[in-house]
Each structure stands twice: as C-alpha cells, then as structure tokens.
Write a protein that binds this ligand. Structure first.
Ligand SMILES: Nc1ncnc2c1ncn2[C@@H]1O[C@H](COP(=O)(O)OP(=O)(O)O)[C@@H](O)[C@H]1O
Ligand code: SF4
Ligand SMILES: [Mg+2]
Length: 390
C-alpha cells in the first residue's frame, strides 16, 4: 500500500460515526501491534488442517459440453480444527459451507488445496488406508428426511457402517446399534422401524447415531438443526454438546446464522462467497467483530432480555453468484462500511457503482483490490479481510 493510501485508510477507521449510523456498531479496540503470523488459537498440533482449499464446479454449455466458466463455490479456504473442539462455520445460504464440509471428507473432489488429518495428507490416501481414515471422519446432514434411506430399517441405517467396515455382525451388531440408539435418546426397539415413522428431531437422532457408529474423531455437522422446530433444536444441540464432551469429538459446525453457534463453538469462521472473511475465538468474534459482514450477521442475532437491543443491519441486494464474483473485496456491492468511509474520503479515492438498482459511492480500493485475511487489533488469531477496519 502507498503511504497516502495508508494514511487515508487510517483516517477512515478513526472516524467515529454516531446516531442512526450503522458504523457506530463497529467497536473500537486498543492499539496493539499486529504479529507477523497470527499464533494458533489453541496450542498443540491441530487434528485437522485445511489449507488453500478450492472447489470449483465447471459450467458446461452446448452439445460438446465445453467448459465456459467456473462456479467458485470454495475459493481458498484455510483453517485448523483442534481435537475435541468446535469450529463454527457461518454464512448466508450459497456461500460454500456445505461444499467445504463435503470437500474435506472427499465426498466432492477438491480443485486444489490440502487437508491434513492427524498429521497425514488425507487427500493422498487411497484404498484400504482411505477406508480406515474415513471411519474417523463422519458427517451429520442438514436434512434428516432425505439423508436416511426410506427403505432401510433404523437398525440397518445405524448398523450399516459397522458392516461396511467389518466391525460387527449378528448379535454384536444388534447390541451396538441398541446402545447407540439409547445414547442418542431413542428406544432400542425402534431398530425394526422405518425412518418415516419418526419426527424430524428423532430422525436427526438416528443420523447422529449412524455418525457415531464408527467412533469418529471428527464430525462435519452440516446445519444439523436448521430443518427442525425451534423447540427441538436445543435438545439436539445439547445432545451434540454432551457427545463431544464424552467422546472428545471435534466438530466443524456449519450454520447459516451466528445465534446457533454462539454457545457451541470454540472458534468461529465467517464465510462470504467461497472465502473466509473473518475468524476468531467465539468470545472475541461476538464482542469485537471486525468485518462489516460479521457485524450485519450479528445484528440479526436476537438479544435475550434484559440486554440492550441491537439495530438490525439489513444488507442490500442478494449474495452475488460465485460464478461471477465482484472484483476487489467481494462484499463491496453490499457493504455499508465502504459507503460510509467513502463520504469521508478524497473524491479521487472513491468510485461510483450501481448495486441493487442504486448508484452509490464506495472506496476505490474496495472495488479494485482483494483485501487479505490478516490479523486485526484484538486477540491474537483474530483475522479479517477488510481494507477499512483495523
Ligand atoms: N454440485 C454442484 N455443481 C454446481 N454448483 C454447485 C454444486 N454444489 C454447490 N454448488 C454451488 O456452489 C455454491 C455454494 O453452495 P453450498 O456449498 O451448498 O453453499 P451453502 O452450504 O453455504 O449454502 C452455490 O452457488 C451452489 O449453487
Ligand atoms: S474491504 Fe471495503 S467493501 Fe470489503 S468489507 Fe471492508 S470496507 Fe467493506
Ligand atoms: Mg449448505
């Protein structure tokens, strides 16, 4: 960055705006020198390391099915998950959360990037080795209705992984399935019934029992409560919480709003258009959000009485398509912060854009240059991708 631009950006973040202005929700933080490399949140080698993960889906057209573009569903995602801990992955629908989870488990091939599990390059494994590693990594799906085979009994659904991995047959399998059902709060006699006989919450318990069958160390929980009634959601979250404590399982916990992960995650990563735009410990992220997208998501989290209510930030426009992401900072067409910052900036450092049918002035830098995910002021390891916030 040139010196004049640096000064400009500093000026912009120093401006404290008030009243109805949305920027008043960006909290100030003490001035701390930013470390060159952010230290990990938790000491010790991580269970799972994801580095520069990209999953692009080709767009094919015509009789010859030529590739005419790419849907960049996941575009350079890196994070660690510690053993027995939870990383919450949050963002609006379509931002790439499910694709991250499925790519890590190799249910979808990665375009580039690496996944290291227990110090081993997971993408390099084949055959029996891969089967063995797969036992340790499971997934709980968002939709408990479509994820369970309607023609299989609950006993076969939960017991299938035990047979596939040559772990238990006959009466041993029956006993193990009964114990798993009991552990997730279901009557062991349900083993002979079919999924359609159960409620949504019970079906999700069946999905959890199946995921637990192979005693995994890591589970991708892909919006496990989004399809459930609010009254059932906390029961399932409590069950997952108890299981994690009891079995020391690490979770990648995917959700589309920050309310669900608030009491569950040790660390939270916020995704927008295939990239992580902010990551911090849960307490730090909720107390000291840096990215305007996180601030907007947080403003939608209801505050329990008697805490003061936040002003809800309604973002203009839809999430852009990952096949044609905006230039520079991908959030710029919807970002309230760049608009406010542009009001204080030199005209030469701003540019007018059309977004959601509206002409607005934003910072030129936000349109032209991709902000790096870098350490911000606050807790070490608190990273965000924004030119304006410090
Ligand atoms: N198999 C696929 N082929 C093409 N595009 C896909 C495929 N799966 C997901 N996508 C696209 O990738 C983007 C991210 O999807 P997804 O990972 O499901 O997001 P999320 O889970 O955050 O809602 C979306 O634009 C979606 O349409
Ligand atoms: S870089 Fe600019 S557009 Fe992106 S979040 Fe920060 S202020 Fe908004
Ligand atoms: Mg999803």
């Amino acid at each position: 960055m040139q010196r004049s631009q640096e000064a400009q950006v500093k000026l912009l973040v120093d401006v404290r705006l008030d009243g109805a202005n949305q920027l008043s929700q960006f909290p100030s933080s003490p001035t701390l020198p930013a470390p060159a490399t952010p230290p990990p949140l938790n000491a010790g080698p991580p269970l799972l390391q994801v580095r520069n993960l990209r999953t692009w889906f080709p767009i094919k057209r015509g009789v010859f099915q030529r590739t005419v573009g790419q849907i960049k569903a996941v575009d350079g995602v890196s994070f660690d998950v510690q053993a027995g801990r939870t990383l919450g992955l949050v963002g609006e629908s379509g931002c790439g959360k499910t694709t991250v989870g499925r790519t890590i488990l190799r249910l979808i091939p990665a375009t580039t990037g690496s996944v290291t599990f227990k110090g081993d390059d997971f993408f390099a494994h084949r055959g029996e080795d891969l089967r063995h590693l797969r036992r340790q990594m499971q997934i709980i799906f968002q939709d408990p209705v479509s994820s369970l085979n309607p023609r299989m009994t609950v006993g076969n659904i939960v017991g299938e992984p035990l047979t596939v991995h040559n772990i238990a047959w006959g009466s041993d399998r029956v006993d193990r399935v009964a114990a798993l059902l009991q552990r997730v709060g279901l009557d062991p006699s349900y083993a002979s019934r079919y999924p359609h006989e159960f409620s949504g919450g019970q079906r999700q318990r069946i999905g959890i029992a199946r995921a637990l069958a192979l005693s995994p160390d890591f589970i991708v929980c892909d919006e496990p409560v989004s399809a459930l009634d609010v009254s059932i959601q906390s029961q399932i979250l409590n069950l997952l919480d108890d299981l994690q404590r009891e079995r020391k399982i690490a979770f990648l916990f995917i959700a589309h709003n920050l309310a669900v992960v608030e009491h569950f995650s040790d660390e939270v990563a916020v995704m927008y258009l295939g990239r992580i735009v902010e990551k911090a410990s849960r307490t730090e992220l909720y107390a000291n959000p840096k990215h305007p997208y996180t601030v907007a998501l947080l403003s939608a989290v209801p505050e329990p009485d008697p805490r003061p209510k936040k002003t809800r930030i309604v973002l203009s426009g839809e999430v852009p398509s990952p096949s044609k992401p905006p230039t520079g900072c991908p959030f710029h067409p919807r970002c309230p912060l760049t608009r406010e910052a542009a009001k204080q900036a030199n005209a030469a450092d701003t540019v007018e854009i059309t977004t959601a049918g509206e002409r607005v002035r934003v910072l030129r830098k936000c349109v032209e240059e991709v902000p790096p995910l870098e350490q911000k002021q606050g807790e070490p390891g608190h990273v965000a991708a924004c030119w304006v916030t410090r």
